[in-house]
Design a protein around this ligand. Structure first.
Ligand code: 5GP
Ligand code: MN
Length: 328
């Protein structure tokens, strides 16, 4: 039995379908949800992608925007099929799941996924949720149109750092090639996602590097930005992938950490590692999660106490490790 036929059995007899994505949606969850929505629509279903806030501007070019419903968080109805995409646990989306629902399908690629669905299609080997959606559609009788291909290519390219991170596999590249063959609009993706980033994404790199910390052995690089600095400079919504990637890309650095105080006393921590340290395990100590090389969590408390504690853990864990563990 294919994964598609299992999911198809949940779709049977339904019309409305709610698709859930995670807070601060990225290219993978948006591209995957839009591709899935367009595919379901082409089969006569009525999918709705729920978001509490408007679409981030850089993703407005993606096909399928008519499927987005901006609705404040609420308790979802029990009689509608729900499909969560790219969400490791139920805290990742802002809507509440009903009890005794007709079906909750969980499609994800995070190793920390809690299997919260009635049906869980979780593949931690997949570089992006978009890879899983591609395989599902490939198994089905649904045509992967140029629009669907554009959404899926965006999803996979986002979560692999344009096919450069260690999650990129032979299969990732094969799927990307197939998506190009099916009409993914790579010129539009390149321009909209990589060539017109908001200025604030650049300014947060400047702000973060003002406050760069490097551990004595040079294996941990960290930046801390307080709430005052973020709000004063209108940087609360800036994308920080660029900043944390600069930290990780530095010679000798194994772990990159970004501490962002997103509200007074509430710190969003982003973690990345280069070749051997499992940042997902550290994020899970704070009820977060993600992947071995990219994870995140939110920690409440005093910013400098949090920074001290996390640095101590990361530096302690890395002591004496490294030289023979690096895979490259
Ligand atoms: P980022 O640092 O870009 O926010 O997130 C990196 C990775 O960690 C992504 O795969 C994201 O889904 C995951 N992640 C970030 N924050 C959280 C969190 O609070 N909880 C969980 N479970 N995963 C997170
Ligand atoms: Mn993802």
């Amino acid at each position: 039995m294919t994964e598609w036929s299992k999911i198809n059995s949940y779709l049977h007899g339904k019309s409305d379908i709610l698709i859930l994505i995670h807070e601060k949606p990225d290219g993978d969850c948006l591209g995957s949800a839009l591709a899935l929505g367009l595919a379901l629509e082409s089969k006569g279903y009525n999918p709705e992608i729920l978001m509490p806030n408007k679409m981030p501007e850089i993703y407005e070019f993606l096909p399928g925007q008519h499927l987005i419903s901006i609705k404040p968080p609420y308790l979802l109805p029990h009689d509608v099929l729900i499909i969560a995409v790219d969400c490791a646990d139920t805290k990742r989306f802002e809507y509440r799941l009903p009890k005794n629902s007709v079906g909750i399908i969980n499609i994800d690629h995070h190793i920390s996924n809690t299997s919260f669905g009635d049906y869980n299609l979780v593949d931690a080997e997949a570089a992006a949720a978009g890879e899983i959606i591609y395989k599902l559609l490939h198994e089905s009788d649904i045509k992967i149109t140029g629009d669907i291909a554009t959404c899926l290519y965006t999803a996979i390219s986002s979560d692999t750092g344009s096919f450069s991170y260690s999650n990129t596999t032979y299969q990732t590249l094969q799927i990307a090639a197939e998506l190009l063959a099916k009409g993914a609009d790579i010129d539009s993706i390149r321009y909209n996602i990589y060539e017109k980033k908001p200025l604030k994404d650049l300014l947060i790199i400047k702000k973060g590097l003002d406050n760069l910390y490097l551990s004595p052995e040079g294996q941990v690089a960290a930046c801390t930005i307080g709430y005052g600095d973020l709000s004063k400079n209108d940087l609360l919504t800036a994308d920080t992938d660029g900043l944390i990637n600069i930290l990780r890309s530095t010679e000798g650095v194994e772990v990159a950490l970004l501490f962002k105080e997103v509200a007074p006393g509430q710190v969003k921590l982003s973690l990345r590692s280069k070749s051997f340290y499992n940042v997902n395990e550290l994020a899970q100590e704070y009820e977060g999660g993600g992947h071995p090389r990219a994870a995140g969590c939110t920690i409440r408390g005093n910013l400098s106490d949090i920074v001290d504690e996390v640095l101590q853990k990361a530096e302690g864990a890395l002591k004496g490790r490294g030289d023979n563990e690096r895979s490259n």
